[in-house]
Design a protein around this ligand. Structure first.
Ligand SMILES: *Cc1c(COP(=O)(O)O)cnc(C)c1O
Length: 671
């Protein structure tokens, strides 16, 4: 592809984009890798992969920000975030304000962040992959805190036309639905390798076009809109069917399609209508299942889907994806399991659970454990530290598996001091962002931040506020920071936020010893800020419902210790014998609480809060004792086993990264 062809493909190139996209530069990045990527994807010589995902957490504010020649549109700026803490007089006067761009708001949580990390690592590994997703014109939602009320979901508005790195294509696609012809615009966003020599595009579909009926224009407004099955089904049809048509219209030579979660299942139908041989069809498809939780598996009444699909697609859907249990329903998980040759769980423990949930497909399920994209989630201070030790760690950017060698530095006094100091830089940075609140760098700081949903047990640490405060009186002060959104239709999730507010209020009387803050509107920016700066990352899902979890991987990369239940990726990360005891120190921190064993999965409603909160306090007590032996009011004992644990944490990043994961995708699913 020539540069001119590329410029010609952009809608409004002359009027809007010429200054930012030209021979010299693509929003401040080199143009050539894009031209190469387009040529490679079209070439019959390369077997390319199409990766379909409902959401992408790309996080340009923390990695590879594109540049604009004009000022950032105010809609695309990071907005102010409220804080609710046990210092209400400070909350009333202050908000968090960060002078940054809003991260492109087309993701909801971990699934999207993983998809973004996967495509970035494909670029790093030089794999010919194109992502397909949806341009969510109103994002997921913007979380507002109302004191005493909890979370109020608000519409988020941003401006795609002036978002750096995002370009609208002249090209539209269209397909027939029972509601008439649906037009979709294609947008592109490119993810570059860490060295900026290679790029992979993501195509984003958008129904916001005057050609469409007004209600159809709204289809690509809000990610995971779920107030009616019609919206849910239609959004998935856009991703699956629209996604396949988009790849075709770009003339890409795609040999493998990867369905990131069942949301993309309808892609199978498009392929099936051209290739009715089911064996041949299945060879082209791989499917990643991300959760054992029931709400994560899409089911639709056939009659609902029949309002959208024409006869041909409906027939295909019934053929490929009829639910085994519920008559008259389609089941997208089943559709994928049955029709994709390769199926993977996102951790080894999750494979075990999938095999129990779907015994008919037990043999087919492989485990490819999730990871995180190291250049995105690594803090600057740890990057500097690793570079200072490049004699030991080699080219760790190119070969993240080298990070395992940090364990050879465990006796190195300079390195021990270096890793602790690098951590304190990050902790100070957090305290700066939260500066109106009186936090202290020498106080044990714990964070819990992720989606607010039942099985993740957001308020476990507050289950018994008396016991928690006794712990602080007996052992030492605590700083606890929380953040997370509940899906707007998840009443239980919202109730958790409300409960947390109540506990924060109860803790006002102990605020000298326990400081608690919950930050509004958790996003990738806060994800990075928190995972790299606190002392302990708290992860307390109810086993076995956390398929993998990735925030802890971001934390270990930055030497942050884990206080965790035994589930998901953690099962692979801790090798110690865990029998019998309520809490157990392991290399990377501490494991506590209920453990899943046997062939029954159990109920995600039975949260075991009494037992597991007790065990959490016991284990946290142990951790706090060790912390204050290591850090006595700023006097640091660098020989402490706390620092051994920090080093062991970093070593885990050698494995729990997406470079390793996409190599496994390539070998086991795509080749
Ligand atoms: C990493 C990340 C997640 C995923 O966290 P889990 O621990 O896997 O639940 C969710 N949201 C954001 C913003 C993240 O950065």
């Amino acid at each position: 592809m020539t540069a001119k062809d590329f410029f010609d493909s952009i809608e409004g190139y002359q009027t809007q984009y010429q200054k930012d996209v030209n021979e010299e530069s693509y929003f401040g990045f080199p143009l050539q890798p894009i031209l190469d990527a387009e040529a490679r994807l079209k070439s019959k010589q390369t077997a390319s992969v199409g990766y379909l995902s409902m959401e992408y957490g790309i996080a340009p504010s923390i990695y590879h920000p594109f540049k604009l020649t004009h000022p950032i549109d105010h809609h695309n700026k990071f907005f102010k975030h409220a804080v609710i803490s046990n210092y209400p007089q400070i909350d009333d006067k202050h908000k968090i304000q960060i002078d940054k761009m809003l991260d492109i708001p087309i993701y909801g949580g971990g699934l999207g962040v993983l998809a973004g990390d996967i495509i970035k690592s494909c670029a790093d590994e030089g794999l010919s992959v194109v992502g397909v997703g949806i341009l969510w014109n109103k994002g997921y939602f913007r979380q507002k805190f109302w004191y005493k009320q909890g979370q109020i979901p608000k519409e988020l508005s941003w401006e795609p036309k002036s978002y750096p790195g995002l370009i609208p294509m002249r090209k539209y696609i269209q397909f027939h639905t029972k509601e008439g012809l649906l037009f979709l615009r294609l947008w592109k966003y490119y993810l570059y390798s860490y060295d900026k020599r290679f790029a992979c595009p993501i195509i984003l579909l958008d129904s916001h076009l005057p050609q469409n009926l007004p209600h159809l224009q709204e289809l690509t407004n809000q990610l995971y809109r779920s107030d009616h099955d019609w919206w849910r089904a239609f959004q998935r049809i856009i991703l699956g069917v629209g996604g396949m048509k988009a790849l075709k219209s770009c003339h890409y030579n795609i040999e493998r399609y990867h369905l990131n979660e069942g949301h993309a299942a309808f892609a199978l139908l498009d392929s099936y209508l051209q290739e009715p041989d089911r064996r041949k069809l299945s060879r082209k498809f791989a499917y990643t299942c991300h959760t054992p939780v029931a709400a994560g598996h899409d089911r639709f009444a056939v009659k609902e889907v029949a309002k959208i699909f024409d006869e041909q697609y409906l027939k295909a859907a019934k053929k490929l994806g009829k639910d085994q249990e519920y008559k008259g329903c389609l089941n997208l998980t089943y559709m994928c399991l049955k029709n994709c040759k390769h199926v993977n769980a996102v951790a080894k423990k999750h494979r075990e659970i999938m095999q129990l949930q779907f015994p008919d497909f037990a043999e087919k399920v492989e485990a490819i454990t999730n990871g995180v994209h190291i250049p995105t989630w690594l803090s600057g201070s740890f990057r500097d530290l690793f570079n200072r030790y490049s004699e030991v760690l080699g080219d760790w950017q190119k070969s993240p598996e080298n990070l395992i060698k940090v364990t050879t530095l465990i006796q190195d006094a300079d390195f021990r001091e270096g890793i602790f100091n690098a951590h304190q830089i990050n902790k100070n940075n957090l305290l700066n962002v939260l500066s109106p609140w009186p936090l202290n760098k020498d106080v044990l700081t714990i964070a819990w931040a992720r989606r607010m949903t039942g099985y993740k047990r957001p308020e476990l640490i507050f289950h018994n506020v008396e016991k928690l405060s006794r712990l602080a009186y007996n052992i030492g002060p605590l700083q606890i920071i929380l953040a997370g959104k509940a899906h707007p239709n998840d009443n239980i999730g919202a109730a958790h936020i409300h409960e947390i507010f109540k506990h924060i209020e109860q803790l006002q009387k102990h605020n000298k010893l326990i400081k608690v803050l919950i930050l509004e509107n958790y996003d990738t920016y806060f994800g990075k800020l928190l995972t790299n700066s606190v002392d302990i990352w708290l992860n307390n899902p109810l086993p076995p419902f956390e398929a993998s979890g990735t925030s802890g991987m971001k934390a270990v990369l930055n030497g942050v210790l884990q206080l965790t239940t035994y589930d998901g990726w953690i099962v692979e990360a801790v090798k110690a014998d865990l029998k019998g005891k309520p809490g157990k120190a392991v290399d990377i921190g501490w494991v506590f609480g209920y453990q899943h064993k046997g062939r029954k999965i159990g109920s995600e409603q039975e949260l075991r809060l009494d037992d597991d909160s007790d065990k959490l306090y016991t284990t946290l007590g142990e951790a706090a004792e060790l912390y204050y032996l290591m850090n006595h009011k700023g006097q640091i004992n660098f020989k402490s086993t706390w620092i051994d644990k920090m080093i062991h944490c970093v070593a885990q990043a050698a494995y729990f990264n997406t470079s390793r994961a996409v190599r496994e995708y390539h070998e086991n699913l795509w080749k």
